[in-house]
Design a protein around this ligand. Structure first.
Ligand code: ATP
Ligand code: MG
Length: 199
């Protein structure tokens, strides 16, 4: 695996990853190639404050690790699950900038996540730490807040129509996740009996 410590252009892909699905991998691969990044770090949120997430961070982290097995230029970072309290992207980027002081950071997110960015803590300071890369997920035009516009890179790609919500729903309904998540992730979900409980 490439060592992010020796990388000069690092993509930072934050998310809940509940579970990681093939759409996430396609995004990371596309951005890696199109922006000629050296490495993409997946950063599972410790406490995603805008969501009601029941799956423990340790399981979401483990599933990302499994999803990335064999990926030369991608790995998972624990900075957000090690930090106490709600996960704010400004803290994620600050931690990673300290860990990789000579790297240039690219924060990757889908258009749905980006549309809520002005509600994030200190959002106007994010661009001091990273270039923001927005991947069009739903094909709808993306509105970029003026405070961010010089540092936002809009990337059109044919995103896979897969979401983690869809994966959780399929498990609840007793369907398989074949083609939606890497096989190892499906095995982990089954072994740990995730997403079955309806409460
Ligand atoms: P959920 O349905 O639980 O919200 P999700 O599939 O949106 O899950 P997240 O962990 O919320 O997955 O997403 C992490 C990031 O990946 C977000 O920026 C999101 O926009 C992006 N993303 C997720 N799936 C896709 C996809 N199929 N295509 C493009 N971007 C995606
Ligand atoms: Mg989402």
């Amino acid at each position: 695996m490439t060592d992010p410590g020796h990388s000069s252009r690092i993509g930072v892909f934050g998310g809940t990853f509940d579970p990681p699905q093939n759409g996430h991998l396609a995004v990371a691969q596309a951005v890696l190639e199109r922006l000629e990044l050296d490495h993409v770090l997946f950063v599972p949120a410790g406490d995603p404050w805008q969501k009601n997430v029941k799956t423990p961070a340790i399981d979401r982290f483990a599933m990302v690790e499994i999803a990335l097995l064999g990926q030369e230029r991608m790995s998972v970072s624990s900075v957000d699950i090690e930090r106490q309290g709600p996960t704010y992207t400004i803290d994620t980027l600050t931690d990673l900038a300290n860990l990789y002081p000579s790297a240039e950071l690219f924060f990757i997110l889908g258009d749905d996540a980006f549309s809520g960015i002005t509600s994030w803590k200190n959002y106007e300071q994010l661009t001091q730490l990273a270039t923001i890369v927005v991947v069009s997920r739903h094909g709808t035009p993306v509105e970029v807040p003026t405070k961010l516009s010089p540092s936002v890179n809009l990337l059109e790609m044919s995103a896979l129509p897969i979401s983690s919500t869809q994966c959780r729903d399929r498990i609840k309904e007793g369907h398989s996740l074949e083609g939606l998540v890497p096989a190892g992730v499906a095995e982990y979900i089954e072994k740990k009996n995730l997403y079955r409980r309806t409460t």
